[in-house]
Ligand binder design. Structure first.
Ligand code: UDP
Length: 479
């Protein structure tokens, strides 16, 4: 078969967290919509969880069958990670990631090798979440073009890219208590050390996440293409500085915007409660949506201060409290006794919901968020201002973008511990105060930027098309 007629085939191995899964699935759909054959791979335990949640525990479900009915050539399979299915990876996060960093790469190597051996007709390439530390080595071994999907902000990528520079300037590891402006990273005008990722700080630099992050930023540099789930007009200097070093394409927002709906593929790790009926009885802009995403843990004291803060604020709210939020496997109620009775019809508490649908509801006036990157993008997509309460990982950086750069949110409390009176005051003044108009106007401006980006001639669409052309050329050149 002539080179030019061989089909392109992307092998995509997913990171097993909601905030990674959503954009990764969307990317798979976009690539397949462009005529590329995709093999999408879930870790077995995650597939099992999705099946338990949505398919009455049937395990032979092909999550992409509907996408195929729509004409996309996406093949679906699973692979084992390093633990038995029943191992609680959430409650044993550190142990799990130690093993993923150490023992998973050889499994992937063998898995990819088998796929390649079973099909010699197509032109294969690898698409990995940047978080996967094995991607560069596997791509090199099998002479595959490698595409890296970064699911966080370009700002975080840029800081990670320049770890050596941070180190030279004494900011990696970064002293925990010192607050200094960093002004020397190309593409980052200024960022205070209090907003950089906690895993770069002295107290966390021996943690598995810190070690894994260093590795992934190093390996990420070897990718042939880096796709960023951000919008060019929102992080222009950072992206253009990164372009000096990387084949870098801003193709966001992924997951909730375009073409073939991600709804054709089951991605939600928990079943969703409906909030629309309850929200339907509330005046426009009156309800605060509260959620800390799919992944971070918090403690009982924080939840208690938030609960009483919400109560004292007298603002109506929807609060997502997912099972396992305390990280100790506890299933009992994590809220103060009698809280639900005290808030009565003012508050709706759910275990999980359709976040984009909820944020799009006219009754929602604000989002109290942990500043996860997907949540941040979704809030921006819906034009909803934010109260930021970052807990870890990339979240402090994201809150800096929201508050200082785009001016579409406020901080709940910076650094200090949560106090119910303060929480109530912040929520009240955010939802009813004089600053709200300014925040809303800015949020509306950002919403338009995001919508424009995904128009046929918008930045994200044209960047994606440019990426496809470059990808094809590189694969043909390398094969
Ligand atoms: N999410 C959801 N329902 C909820 C809460 C969250 O579907 O009740 C989704 C949300 O839409 C987002 C993802 O979970 O896409 C969370 O990703 P994010 O990057 O914000 O945070 P993470 O979970 O990675 O900390």
């Amino acid at each position: 078969m002539g080179e030019r007629h061989r089909k392109l085939h992307g092998i995509m191995i997913c990171v097993p967290y909601q905030g990674h899964l959503n954009p990764f699935v969307d990317l798979a759909l976009k690539l397949a919509s462009s005529g590329i054959v995709i093999t999408f791979v879930h870790l077995e335990f995650l597939h099992r969880k999705l099946c338990q949640t949505h398919h009455a525990n049937k395990t032979d479900v092909d999550l992409f069958s509907k996408a195929r009915e729509l004409g996309l050539d996406i093949r679906f399979t699973t692979m084992a990670d390093t633990f038995p299915l029943e191992f609680d990876r959430d409650a044993n996060f550190k142990e799990y990631w130690e093993a993923m960093v150490r023992d998973f790469p050889p499994l992937v190597d063998e898995f990819v090798g088998n796929i390649l051996a079973s099909d010699r007709d197509m032109l294969h390439f690898l698409v990995a979440d940047t978080v996967h530390n094995w991607a560069a080595a596997v791509a090199r071994k099998y002479n595959l073009v490698s595409v890296s999907l970064w699911t966080q902000s370009a700002l975080v990528y840029c800081l990670g890219y320049h770890l050596d520079l941070l180190e030279q300037n004494g900011h990696f590891p970064c002293k925990d208590e010192v607050e200094e402006e960093i002004k020397y990273v190309p593409g980052v005008e200024s960022i205070n050390t209090k907003y950089i990722m906690p895993y770069l700080k002295q107290s966390e630099c021996e943690s598995v996440i810190s070690r894994a992050s260093r590795l992934l930023f190093e390996q990420g540099k070897m990718a042939d293409f880096v796709l960023q789930n951000t919008v060019e007009e929102l992080e222009p200097q950072t992206l253009s500085a990164l372009n000096r070093y990387l084949p870098n394409y801003a193709v966001g927002p992924l997951n909730f915007s375009q073409n073939i709906s991600t709804n054709t593929v089951t991605t939600s790790l928990w079943s969703k409660s409906d909030c629309t009926t309850w929200l339907g009885s509330k005046p426009p802009g009156s309800v605060l949506y509260v959620s800390f995403g799919s992944f971070v843990h918090t403690n009982k004291q924080v939840l208690e201060e938030l609960a009483y803060g919400l109560l004292l604020s007298k603002v109506d709210f929807v609060w997502v409290i997912r099972q396992g939020i305390l990280g100790d496997g506890a299933t009992a109620s994590v809220l103060p006794a009698g809280f639900q009775d005290a808030v009565k019809e003012r508050g709706l508490i759910v275990g999980w919901c359709d976040q984009v649908e909820t944020l799009s509801n006219p009754a929602i006036g604000g989002f109290l968020t942990h500043s996860g990157w997907n949540s941040t993008l979704e809030s921006m997509w819906c034009g909803v201002p934010m109260i930021c309460y970052p807990i870890g990982f990339d979240q402090p950086c994201n809150s800096k973008l929201v508050v200082a750069d785009w001016k579409i949110g406020i901080h709940l409390c910076e650094g200090g511990s949560l106090d119910r009176e303060n929480v109530a005051h912040k929520i009240q003044s955010f939802m009813n105060g004089g600053d709200l108009e300014r925040l809303k106007q800015n949020a509306e401006r950002v919403r338009k930027i995001m919508k424009n980006a995904v128009e046929p001639d918008g930045y994200s669409r044209t960047n994606f098309d440019r990426f496809l052309k470059d990808l094809e050329a590189k694969i043909h050149f390398q094969s």
